[in-house]
Design a protein around this ligand. Structure first.
Ligand code: PEP
Ligand code: MN
Length: 284
C-alpha cells in the first residue's frame, strides 16, 4: 500500500468514504449539522483536560462556548504518567458528558484508550480522541476505523510524519474517512517547554494529506502563557483549528493545570485569533 498516495487520492477517497470537501479539495469532517472541521472556518475545541465533576465541566464548557468553541473537550479516561495520579472519572463520567452535550447542544471530544470500550463509549462522544500514547495502537485504530464516528488522531510524541500518516491510514483503510489530525508536540532535547510544538508539520501535512489539521498548544508547550502565541502561530501557518485546555481554577486542576488557560486567558486568546484568522483568509 502507498499510504500517502491513498490519502492524497481525494476523489476516490471522497467517493469511498462519502465525505465533504471544500473548494480547495481539502476534507471537511462533519461532526453535526452545525459543526464541521476543516474548510474556511477555524475550529476551536476547548475544555478541561479532565472532567472532574459536573459543575467543573459545565463551567469550562460554558466558557469555551462563549469564547467561540464549537467542540467541547474533556477526558474521562486519562493516560497519566504516574499510576498514582488522578486517572479520570472513567465510565461514571459518561453521564456528565451527556449532560453537557445535551444542554449546550455542542459536540464533545474525549479520549479512548481501550479497544474494549469502543462500543460502550461511542454513544457518549461525538469525536473519539486517540491520544499521543495510542497513536501506535493499531488494534484500537482498526476498531475505530470500522465506525463512522470522527476520530481526532494525535501525533505520537516521537512519531515521524510517515508514521503519523500511517496511523491515519489505519483508520481510513478500515472505512472511517472522518479523520482529523492533531499535532500536540514532539520530544526534543530541550526542557524549557514540555514538548516541542512542531508547527512545521502543518505545511508538510497540508501537502501530503487533505485531512483537517488541529494544533494542541496546551500539551505542545505545557505552559499556559505560551499557549496564546503558539495558537496564533498555528493559525497563521495554516492549522484548521485548535485544541485548548481551560479550567476555572487552573492551579486546582486534577490534571495539566500548568498548561490550562483561565477563562479570562481563553477570552484574550479568542479575541486575538480572530485577527490572525482574518489576516490569513480564515473565519472564526
Ligand atoms: C489530553 O488531551 O489531555 C492528552 C492526554 O493529550 P496527549 O495524548 O496529547 O498527551
Ligand atoms: Mn491534558
Amino acid at each position: 500500500m502507498k499510504p500517502v498516495k491513498s490519502i492524497h487520492n481525494i476523489e476516490a477517497e471522497a467517493i469511498l468514504h462519502n465525505v465533504e470537501s471544500d473548494s480547495t479539495s481539502r476534507k471537511v469532517v462533519r461532526i453535526s449539522e452545525q459543526v464541521a472541521i476543516g474548510g474556511i472556518k477555524l475550529a476551536l475545541m476547548a475544555g478541561p483536560c479532565s472532567v472532574e465533576s459536573e459543575e467543573q465541566f459545565y463551567a469550562a464548557a460554558l466558557a469555551a462556548r462563549d469564547n467561540g468553541a464549537t467542540v467541547i473537550r474533556g477526558g474521562i479516561f486519562k493516560p497519566r504518567t504516574s499510576p498514582y495520579s488522578f486517572q479520570g472519572l472513567g465510565s461514571t463520567g459518561y453521564r456528565i458528558l451527556d449532560e453537557v452535550r445535551n444542554n449546550l447542544k455542542l459536540p464533545v471530544v474525549s479520549e479512548i484508550m481501550d479497544v474494549r470500550l469502543v462500543d460502550e463509549m461511542a454513544p457518549h462522544v461525538d469525536i473519539f480522541q486517540v491520544g499521543t500514547r495510542n497513536m501506535y495502537n493499531y488494534p484500537l485504530l482498526k476498531e475505530l476505523g470500522k465506525l463512522n464516528k470522527p476520530v481526532l488522531l494525535k501525533r505520537a510524541m516521537m512519531a515521524t510524519v510517515d508514521e503519523f500518516i500511517g496511523a491515519a491510514e489505519y483508520l481510513l483503510s478500515h472505512g472511517n474517512g472522518n479523520v482529523i489530525l492533531c499535532e500536540r508536540g514532539i520530544r526534543s532535547f530541550d526542557s524549557s517547554t514540555r514538548f516541542c510544538l512542531d508547527l512545521t508539520v502543518i505545511p508538510v501535512l497540508r501537502e501530503r494529506t487533505n485531512l483537517p489539521i488541529i494544533v494542541d498548544p496546551s500539551h505542545g508547550t505545557g505552559v499556559a502563557r505560551y499557549v496564546e502565541p503558539m495558537s496564533l502561530a498555528a493559525v497563521a501557518a495554516g492549522a484548521d483549528g485548535l485544541l485548548i485546555e481551560v479550567h476555572a481554577k487552573p492551579d486546582q486542576a486534577l490534571s495539566d493545570g500548568k498548561q490550562s488557560l483561565s477563562f479570562d486567558e481563553l477570552h484574550s486568546l479568542s479575541d486575538r485569533i480572530i485577527k490572525v484568522a482574518n489576516a490569513v483568509g480564515r473565519a472564526f
